[in-house]
Design a protein around this ligand. Structure first.
Ligand code: MD6
Ligand code: FE
Length: 216
């Protein structure tokens, strides 16, 4: 950890392998933090954050929105991708270029060339919000990776294995950290522990997460 010894230099990106197919790119999006947050504000002005219902009838503690050709939604009838926002009936907002380029560059850095996301899920965590262990398995092509960008207050990301019972690794994700996830890790269980009360200069008490996928 040499970051703070050179406090007048921006922290240098660093790669931490979690397992075959999954890597954390520390600070990868840090320079673009403010611009990414502005783009989130623009997208969610037309597709507002909402807390969706799971098929089992629970209200998710994480508020979500989407942009791009496909949006991920859940309600009593199940999880799915759809091209329109169920709240407004309108197509999801266009994926901002800065999102698309970041996702592509991060994927390439992790060894997945030519990643063209058609879906971006935007998660917003308030203190106390969490996401239980789950697999991302509603996409058509599991040879495509997922790119996940953390912004704002840090969170503990849990990263398990192919079975729910596999004991997860706890990984702290700070603002600007990017996780790229593919190959044999693509369907591994993962989640986010209850967000602790903390402050970030640009987001206050909130954490945002962007997950980019190729849905179709
Ligand atoms: C989050 N992330 O960090 C939730 N899924 O808020 C995810 O569910 C996720 O970070 C697949 C790959 C990376 C992720
Ligand atoms: Fe996920």
């Amino acid at each position: 950890m040499t970051d703070d010894l050179f406090a007048d230099e921006p922290p240098q990106p660093r790669e931490e392998v979690l397992c075959r197919g999954a890597v954390v790119l520390r600070h990868f999006a840090l320079e673009q933090e403010a611009e990414l947050l502005e783009a989130i504000a623009e997208v969610t002005a037309s597709a507002p954050f909402r807390q969706m219902q799971t098929p089992g009838g629970y209200i998710m503690s994480v508020a979500m929105s989407c942009c791009g050709q496909w949006g991920w939604v859940t309600d009593r009838s199940g999880y799915r991708y759809q091209s329109t926002d169920p709240e407004t009936g309108q197509p999801w907002p266009t994926m901002p270029d800065i999102f698309r380029k970041l996702a592509r560059d991060a994927a390439e850095t992790a060894g997945f060339r030519g990643f063209e996301p058609d879906a971006c899920l935007i998660n917003r965590y308030e203190p106390g919000a969490k996401m239980g262990l789950h697999q991302d398995k509603d996409e058509d092509d599991f040879t495509r990776p997922i790119v996940s960008v953390s912004l704002g207050v840090p969170a503990t990301f849990q990263f398990g294995g192919s079975r729910r019972s596999d004991r997860p690794l706890n990984v702290m994700l700070a603002s600007g950290d990017v996780v790229v996830w593919g190959a044999e890790a693509r369907r591994f269980y993962h989640g986010v522990l209850r967000l602790k009360q903390a402050r970030h200069g640009l987001t206050g008490e909130l954490r945002y997460n962007l997950t980019f996928r190729r849905a179709r």
